[in-house]
Design a protein around this ligand. Structure first.
Ligand code: FNR
Length: 351
């Protein structure tokens, strides 16, 4: 099967399999504040990932490109929305355009549409330094996302079967490229151990890509006859993965939350658990394809307004202050973190 056809399959199956909603956000409850001493007018949504300044904590996570005209049109629309709403935009894996330069236009369009915005290039951990440089140049990227997707590759009939040497490849790219590197999962979460290995080679921004949203095991299983169903419920839920990775990064790196994020409350909870920004993919794609650019702009505007309301209720004016509000962790998230020896109590008091 051609890469271009696979790209369209992914979009179609991501919409039909939907989002899991098993991300653990229901296990997180804010401690209500009756005297917040705050005002909607004072709330600011800007944030930082490493050295990148973002006017909003939401970004449009990597999805597409490399599937001809259809993916060109989706990327053009996403870039237009990103420009109008002030969001970061990541393109989908650029390996298709590295292998077939005729596909480069499907990615370049995001820079043409959003000349001054923050754009993230994207490749898998199998990429060479040379390929990583070409991907960054292709979209004049401000940073490069390197995705980890072992489970997707295993379930993909034509996927990779050898994952040796990935850390070494990432290290070489991190040491050579002039733009910041963000390592991300694609819906199975990142553990404390993996985050420690990444930190050890100099990676300081990690997108947890947790379990509970778009499910690439289900998407790939829909494309094969002998199903590997045991991978459908495999992974570290998003809330758990944020805490696991934050334990490692502490103040020295940035955690990005993603995996099933859909609502302003999910975003607020992600930040309160320690994330500096939040990536959304499948949910935004679904809105774009159903309601067009205007529909997506309306949704993002509404999420920004509601996040402002939530921050006002919690008595905070900035994203950095939101990281310190008290919250209670219960249910499966509490169980998992306790079993893994992580202190859930520290979240229950103002930090
Ligand atoms: C993705 N995702 C993805 N990630 C990546 O790093 N490179 C890629 O090429 C793609 N392609 C892709 C296609 C489609 C159609 C979807 C929906 C997603 C994964 C994405 O960036 C994100 O990590 C996961 O989808 C989890 O986030 P959501 O969708 O639950 O918000």
């Amino acid at each position: 099967m051609s890469r271009a056809k696979r790209k369209m399959d992914h979009i179609e199956h991501s919409l039909s399999t939907g989002q899991e909603r098993k991300h653990g956000f229901e296990d997180i409850t804010f401690v209500h504040q009756s005297l917040p001493d705050s005002s909607v007018a004072n709330v600011k949504l800007h944030t930082k990932i490493g050295e990148l300044f973002l006017s909003s904590p939401i970004f449009i996570n990597a999805m597409t490109g490399g599937g001809g005209e259809q993916t060109y049109r989706i990327n053009k629309s996403l870039a237009s929305v990103a420009r109008k709403c002030g969001l970061v935009l990541a393109v989908g894996s650029q390996m298709s355009a590295i292998k077939d330069p005729d596909e480069a236009f499907t990615y370049r369009v995001v820079r043409e549409e959003n000349p001054n915005g923050i754009i993230l290039a994207n490749l898998g951990s199998e990429a060479t330094v040379e390929q990583a440089k070409r991907a960054v140049d292709m979209v004049e990227a401000n940073a490069l996302q390197i995705h980890l997707n072992v489970i997707q590759e295993l379930v993909m009939p034509e996927g990779d079967r050898d994952f040796t040497g990935a850390l070494k490849q990432i290290e070489q790219i991190t040491n050579t490229l002039s733009v910041p590197i963000i390592v991300k999962e694609t819906g199975f979460g990142i553990s404390k151990e993996a985050a420690e290995e990444l930190k050890g080679i100099g990676v300081s921004s990690v997108d947890v890509g947790g379990f509970g949203g778009t499910n690439f095991s289900k998407i790939e299983n829909a494309r094969r006859s002998k199903k590997l169903q045991y991978f459908d419920s495999w992974g570290i839920p998003t809330t758990t993965s944020i805490v696991e990775v934050k334990e490692v990064m502490q103040q020295h790196g940035s955690v990005i939350a993603s995996g099933g994020v859909q609502s302003p409350l999910d975003i607020a909870k992600s930040i309160a658990l320690g994330a500096s920004a939040v990536g959304m993919a499948g949910y935004l794609l679904k809105i774009l394809l159903a309601d067009g650019e205007e529909g997506l702009i309306e949704e993002i505007t509404s999420i920004h307004e509601d996040l402002t309301m939530i921050m006002t209720a919690l008595g905070v004016n900035t994203i950095d202050q939101l990281k310190q509000v008290p919250l209670i962790i219960s249910g499966n998230t509490h169980h998992w973190l306790t079993e893994r020896g992580m202190d859930t109590k520290k979240f229950s008091i103002k930090r």
